[in-house]
Design a protein around this ligand. Structure first.
Ligand SMILES: [Zn+2]
Length: 275
């Protein structure tokens, strides 16, 4: 039995797992793309057939990233990566969104903004700023309805019109979709899949839209955050978001002190932010 570690591959019961070519197979004619195997399957193959060879952290990460990429709906990245993705919903406006952008710029932190189409139309200059400063832009519907209460035509229109207005402003069509209130059904799934997009939820809900204090926002963050986390905050809404702006530098400081790197959601899950 051969163990080809030097090229990032392992031989498991006559099957080669390789991080280089992304294929699994005993012979070239019998190759199975790694992306077609779930993380559970890869781990089971490793542990069942070759107990003496443990998958390295890199092997596990590769398998986990492949599993993530194959999903339509996700709420966090790999727990093996010390990464975090900030997300800011409902913008842009010309007040809080710019304050959030100022902090992110000062701290050198990229984030993902899930924007509503009507706000994109009203404040294109802020959308351009978000894009130019290296953040990713996702679709958060046109005007924030609960899509599960809408018919298919409305669901389709809410998603496509927002993609269109974002493309008009930055020249790129998003792949990331966050449904308002995190509410989605088969109709939403179907449209998202048809448009080659992903449903992005979150693993930490700061509830900052609901008039939380800076300390309450930090408490939610400390309680819920784990490696690979996607943190939900808002960059447009009521005056309570001044607390989001206060909490943000403190959250960034805490994550930096713990050695986390900040990434956009697309990087966290290993896909492209735009079509
Ligand atoms: Zn929202």
């Amino acid at each position: 039995m051969k163990i080809a570690r030097s090229i990032g591959a392992i031989l498991v019961g006559g099957v080669v797992l390789t991080g280089c070519t992304n294929f699994v197979g005993a012979a070239e004619s019998n190759l199975i793309p790694v992306k077609d195997l779930s993380q559970e399957k890869l781990l089971a193959m490793s542990e069942r057939t070759l107990p003496s060879v443990k998958m390295t952290t890199n092997d596990k990460l590769l398998a986990e990233m492949n599993t993530l990429r194959s999903k339509l709906v996700m709420s966090q990245g790999s727990s093996l990566h010390k990464q975090v993705a900030f997300t800011f919903d409902d913008g842009p406006d010309t007040h809080f969104t710019n304050q959030v952008l100022d902090i992110l710029k000062k701290e050198g932190v990229p984030a993902t903004f899930f924007l509503c189409g009507n706000n994109v139309k009203a404040h294109p200059e802020v959308v351009k700023r978000i894009d130019q400063e290296g953040h990713s832009i996702g679709n958060h519907s046109w005007n924030h309805p609960q899509l599960t209460k809408k018919d298919q035509a409305t669901i389709n229109q809410q998603i496509t019109s927002t993609n269109d207005v974002i493309k008009n402003v930055i020249g790129k069509t998003p792949t990331l979709f966050r449904p308002p209130y995190g509410a989605f059904n088969q109709g939403v799934r179907d449209k998202v899949q048809q448009l080659n997009m992903k449903v992005i939820l979150w693993s930490v809900d700061t509830l900052d839209w609901n008039h939380k204090s800076k300390d309450q926002i930090m408490e939610a963050y400390h309680k819920e955050f784990k490696p690979g986390g996607i943190i939900l905050q808002h960059s447009s809404g009521n005056e309570g978001l001044k607390e989001t702006v206060k909490a943000l530098p403190e959250m960034i400081r805490d994550l930096k002190s713990k050695g986390y790197s900040f990434v956009t959601v697309d990087k966290l899950i290993g896909i492209k932010a735009y079509q």
